[in-house]
Design a protein around this ligand. Structure first.
Ligand code: PEP
Ligand code: MN
Length: 340
């Protein structure tokens, strides 16, 4: 249930209304815009009589929310969520008119590899460095990632190049290692690992939540709701391609979810064209398309020796191709009124 408050109602009167509602056993989230205050009620709202609330002289409208997701729902929070990051003097933003580019190798393979790629992507204008230390692999015989040692390398690269880092957490016991990670990724395979989502809800570190391999939009939003229900409202959603009947690309990039998500939720939305297509040569075209579709950014894989990459070489751009793509994206971003 959503209650929108009339303009110019005092904080005291709003507090009184909230406390009366909470006495009925629901939880009230307040969203304060420049001109509008919206109260979002979660819990068993059947105990509330709409007419009684409507009769309150400070109440403008009462709306019953149909969707199962509440806190991530744009109706609950009409303004866009914007996440700000700072790493030394480097500032980055996701949402709020920026087009954030996250770039780096699929996996951390060595210190030299990560530092070299970090410098290349930074020079080309990436806002974040990515790299997997804990890797979810389809085959148990494939490279499983460097684990904790890989995380240390990423943290060193963060210090050396000054870019905030994005890396994937696979299980609850790893979370304590992620205190200095700027944006914790939940991969497609873990999107519905509800226990992991609940634990991440207890942290205050921003979460990059990737869409599951065959998850609906509502399932993605409900996964984000788990994190937000725990108290962590710093979430970025990521479309990374879904399963379909055709396999001419690794996955099917469902770009139509971008404008739909922007309509349904206040959370920022980015696109991963690398995992979606599986081919580096398709990444520039799909990155431009993501920007045009209204995405708040992209996450792309970059490797300085894709032929020998331990994971996802075929979809990884060489640093020079990445720099070229960035130059083109800057022109497109100008048309879309976004900052790269
Ligand atoms: C990744 O980003 O490296 C990754 C494993 O992605 P996904 O979870 O989308 O497959
Ligand atoms: Mn990968």
């Amino acid at each position: 249930m959503i209650i929108s408050i009339k303009p110019n109602v005092s904080q005291e009167d709003i507090d009184k209304l909230i406390s009366d509602l909470e006495k009925l056993g629901v939880k009230v989230d307040r969203s304060q815009g420049a001109t509008q205050t919206v109260l979002g009620l979660v819990g068993d709202t059947t105990v509330i009589n709409d007419e009684t609330v409507r009769a309150n002289r400070h109440v403008d409208k009462v709306i019953r929310v149909q969707e199962p997701y509440k806190r991530v729902n744009r109706i609950f929070h009409p303004c866009d969520t914007v996440l700000d990051f700072q790493c030394g003097s480097h500032k980055a933003k996701i949402g709020g008119g920026s087009f954030a580019v996250i770039a780096g190798p699929c996996s951390v393979e060595s210190r030299e590899q990560v530092i070299a790629i970090a410098e290349d992507v930074k020079k080309a204008g990436a806002a974040f460095l990515r790299g997997g230390a804990f890797k979810p692999r389809t085959s148990p015989y494939a490279f499983q990632g460097m684990g904790g040692a890989g995380l240390d390398i990423l943290l060193e690269a963060k210090k050396a190049c000054g870019l905030p880092i994005v890396t994937e957490v696979m299980e609850i016991s790893q979370i304590e290692l992620f205190n200095d990670v700027d944006l914790i990724q939940v991969g497609a395979r873990n999107m519905q690992n509800f226990n992991l989502l609940k634990e991440l809800g207890k942290t205050r570190i921003p979460i990059l939540l990737k869409r599951g391999i065959a998850s609906t939009m509502t399932e993605l939003l409900m996964a984000a709701e788990y994190i937000m229900a725990g108290g962590n409202d710093k979430i970025v959603l990521c479309e990374r391609g879904i399963r379909g009947f055709d396999n001419f690309t690794r996955n099917i990039l469902d770009l139509a979810i971008v404008p739909m998500l922007k309509k349904k939720t206040h959370l920022p939305v980015i696109v991963d064209p690398s995992h979606a297509t599986g081919y580096s040569w398709m990444v520039p075209a799909m990155s431009k398309a993501a920007l045009a579709a209204g995405a708040d950014g992209i996450m792309v894989e970059v490797h300085n020796d894709p032929e020998h990459a331990l994971c996802d070489g075929e979809q990884s751009l060489m640093p020079n191709a990445f720099a070229e793509m960035m130059a083109t994206l800057r022109k497109y971003a100008e048309i879309e009124n976004k900052n790269i």
